[in-house]
Design a protein around this ligand. Structure first.
Ligand SMILES: [Zn+2]
Length: 482
């Protein structure tokens, strides 16, 4: 199947950078891009009119947990009451005795919803650092069904995080030290890496910097090398983690990770916002940015998530100036990689008090080639002959925008994943007019609503003090009593 996309403002590729091709034409042959230019004479099975629209490389979202957003609503307010533990474990770490695996059907639905939602918002490639536990065959089937490109294997750790009866968090070494988890991940990658014509790719996910002992990280690095896959690890994502690693290893996170040998050009550090010298951390600045730059690891920067918890990476521009590679991820809902570019830009400007910082080009690069490079893929994140045919078409000619002078500036300044009309992955149109061509997204949404309601209703059963969702995060307004 060949597709020609005509008349749009095409974000092409000069060989080493994005460039704009006005009134362009992109020819797709099979699952790759054959040409990007202005010639509209080449024959194709299907022609898509993209006049007045921007034709972008598909975005790379480096942080999509394949699960519903039931916890995200609890994130913003609850952290104020238990700030040291900010991030998910304020509400997410279970009481050990209350752990109950969610039903497989609920896990499968959450996975499907998240992977589709990220795709519909314009991310043709996502890195999934892990959702709920559940059947791995289901996961593979869901990737095949939703149609996006996914890097995944199940996460593992040597230490679990629990909440005790007083609401205090603690780490506990697993009896198996996480090794069976690593083996499950390795076996998953051996079996499924490259499934669905390469759309499912393996990546190793040692879960969080402070939940993996150094020897497990060393073994993970060796396994990733042998399997020839990238690594993702959550690191520098909250203050609790920073203190835990200081306490146990007497050094800040990046230094600790570097010493385990896990940092390298295909290592992605989810968040990495908290470092020594951060304005909220009473610990001196060290060599962390230098270490990150020298090891060529990539930060999976999720500015919206940090902002929800009232802190920021300091800053997008300062990391770039230090030579640190940066990609973008959403982590929290909405899984809107287009809006995430705006958060990255505005929050960096606020941190640096620099109105001309974090330029649109820089955050666009992070959301495209930054992520692709981290995943070791020079055929993603750019529209060039020979690249994978992964692209999105976004309508800029709407009254939501107003007249557009420069398409990339406008997209970063005003854009939303909701503006994404068409998504093409591996040469196949998987979203058209904002709707999936493969699944009933209205049915999926109804299932997600019902699943979320069940989880919120059952929240007291898993909370350390039996709080309801409303007690943890009071509603914005009271409900009128009849
Ligand atoms: Zn995460």
């Amino acid at each position: 199947m060949s597709i020609r996309i005509d008349g749009g403002v095409v974000v092409g590729w000069s060989g080493d950078a994005h460039e704009i091709v006005p009134n362009g034409s992109v020819l797709i042959d099979g699952n790759s891009i054959k040409s990007v230019g202005t010639d509209k004479s080449q024959s194709a099975d299907r022609v898509i009119d993209a006049s007045g629209k921007i034709v972008c490389p598909g975005f790379v979202n480096l942080h999509v947990h394949s699960q519903l957003n039931i916890g995200d609503y609890l994130l913003t307010d609850v952290t104020k009451k238990d700030y040291l533990s900010a991030n998910w474990f304020v509400f997410g770490a279970p009481l050990k005795e209350k752990i109950e695996a969610p039903p497989p059907a609920a896990v499968a639905m959450g996975r499907k919803y998240a992977l589709y939602s990220a795709l519909r918002n314009g991310a043709t490639t996502v890195l999934d650092p892990g959702g709920g536990p559940g059947a791995l065959d289901d996961y593979v089937a869901i990737v095949g069904l939703t149609g996006g490109r996914v890097f995944f294997s199940p996460p593992f750790r040597s230490h679990d995080i629990f909440t005790d009866a007083q609401g205090r968090h603690y780490y506990e070494e697993r009896a198996d030290k996480g090794r069976p988890g690593l083996k499950v991940a390795v076996d998953f990658i051996k079996k499924f890496h490259g499934a669905h014509n390469g759309r499912l790719q393996g990546i190793l996910n040692p879960a969080q910097a402070e939940t993996c002992e150094p020897s497990l990280l060393k073994e993970s690095a060796a396994a990733a090398k042998e399997l020839d896959v990238p690594i993702h690890i959550h690191a520098g994502g909250n203050f609790r983690e920073f203190l835990e690693i200081l306490k146990n290893h007497r050094k800040p996170v990046a230094e600790y990770l570097a010493d385990t040998g896990i940092l390298g050009p295909r290592t992605i550090l989810g968040h990495m916002a908290i470092t020594g010298g951060h304005s909220r951390v009473d610990y001196p600045r060290g060599n962390e940015l230098k270490i990150l730059a020298e090891t060529r690891a990539t930060i999976g920067h999720c500015p919206h998530k940090c902002a929800k918890m009232a802190f920021a990476m300091e800053s997008f521009d300062q990391y770039r100036a230090a030579g640190v590679r940066i990609g973008l991820g959403t982590d929290t809902y909405p899984l809107d990689i287009v809006a995430e570019m705006r958060y990255a830009s505005l929050i960096s400007r606020l941190v640096d008090r620099n109105a001309s910082g974090a330029r649109a080009a820089d955050v666009f690069n992070a959301a495209t080639i930054g992520g692709a490079t981290a995943l070791g893929r020079s055929d993603l994140g750019r529209l060039a002959a020979g690249s994978k045919a992964d692209l999105v078409i976004i309508n800029l000619r709407t009254t939501r925008y107003g007249p557009v002078r420069d398409p990339i500036n406008a997209l970063v300044e005003y854009g939303s994943g909701a503006d994404v009309e068409t998504v093409i992955v591996d040469g196949e149109v998987v979203v058209e007019n904002g709707r999936s061509t493969r699944i009933r997204d209205d049915e999926l949404f109804a299932q997600a609503e019902a699943g979320a309601q069940r989880a919120w209703d059952n929240w007291p059963a898993r909370d350390w003090s039996n709080r309801t969702a409303e007690q943890i995060i009071p509603p914005a307004f009271p409900t009128r009593k009849k």
